[in-house]
Write a protein that binds this ligand. Structure first.
Ligand SMILES: [Zn+2]
Length: 310
């Protein structure tokens, strides 16, 4: 496929990105062990060989279930290094404005306020406890806890970000959701905000989320919907970015939720292509695999049509 990830303003953006000196192509990669949603091996088509930053990243789509993901991708160590020093400068270079801890916090406050307004009437009872998985400095957990009069807990792999949450009086745990052992504890409201696309194992994380959601409680998970991003960007290369190992759609997200024991009770859409889901614990259920396969085929046809047009 022809690389057309960069548009007219691309040369300035490309120069800014090149100035960071991060050689994505030279980093150690690992091939996916199989589709994270359906478990299929070798049933995927490569749909992009370059991402929006111009990095040589391969995105594949599983023909059995329609899940889009990077393969090969950076190892867990590679991603740790990427988030420690590359991610924020890269996103800043791409957008041409400074995106750092401060600007992110400001953005998150607005996001959290909108989320609290959306969630409040949908919750079956006022939550006493909230857990934010991948909750960073605790901005979202803090705003929600204040608005819903609940106690906030933040789970995140970055100790320096957690320190900010702890200083604000929140309970914190360092680690990844899939490795975290909460013992018998569960939370009335569990959040996974603007995080799922960055995970290395969506299925395991959702299973962990489910274990931590109190009976009768709720979870909120949002995805950057690949269908919506494609419609906006008009090309798969502009939708792919190395910071997102996974690219979910409404159907693949719903399949993940069913498998991990959640049912969708409400949804919302934001202008930037994020689709949010309010989830209630339910028995684990098999998704409709043939329907997902048919959806995958349609999706691939649409991609090839987009590719021929450009
Ligand atoms: Zn699959």
């Amino acid at each position: 496929m022809l690389a057309h990830g960069m548009h007219a303003e691309g040369s300035t953006v490309a120069k800014r990105i090149a100035a960071l000196g991060y050689d994505y192509g030279a980093q150690a990669k690992e091939r996916s062990a199989g589709c994270n949603l359906c478990g299929a091996h070798g049933h995927s088509d490569a749909v992009a060989e370059q991402d929006r930053y111009g990095y040589p990243a391969t995105c594949v789509v599983c023909r059995r279930c329609g899940l889009a993901y990077l393969s090969p991708r950076l190892s867990a160590t590679g991603y740790t290094h990427f988030y420690a020093g590359v991610y924020r400068p890269l996103v800043s270079a791409y957008h041409g404005r400074r995106i750092d801890a401060e600007s992110v916090q400001l953005e998150q406050r607005g996001y959290a306020a909108r989320l609290a307004t959306f969630l409040r009437p949908l919750l079956p009872f006022p939550p006493r406890t909230i857990l934010d998985v991948g909750g960073s400095t605790g901005v979202v957990a803090g705003v929600l806890a204040a608005r819903l009069d609940a106690h906030a807990t933040v789970l995140d792999p970055a100790p320096d970000e957690l320190a900010v949450a702890a200083a604000a009086g929140m309970e914190t745990f360092a680690g990844l959701a899939e490795d975290f052992d909460p013992g018998e504890r569960s939370w009335d409201l569990v959040l996974l905000c603007q995080t799922i696309d960055h995970l290395l194992d969506v299925g395991a994380t959702l299973a962990a989320l489910r274990r931590m959601t109190a009976a009768g409680g709720r979870a909120f998970v949002d995805i950057l919907d690949l269908d919506l991003v494609l419609r906006r960007e008009g090309s798969i290369e502009r939708a792919v970015k190395v910071d997102h190992p996974f690219y979910l759609t409404r159907s693949t997200a719903a399949a993940f939720f069913a498998l991990s024991g959640y049912m969708i009770v409400a949804e919302c859409l934001s202008d930037d292509g994020h689709r949010g889901f309010v989830l209630a614990p339910a028995p684990c259920a098999e998704p409709d695999w043939p329907a997902l396969g048919a959806g995958a085929e349609e999706f691939l046809d649409r991609l090839w049509a987009l590719c021929r047009r450009s």
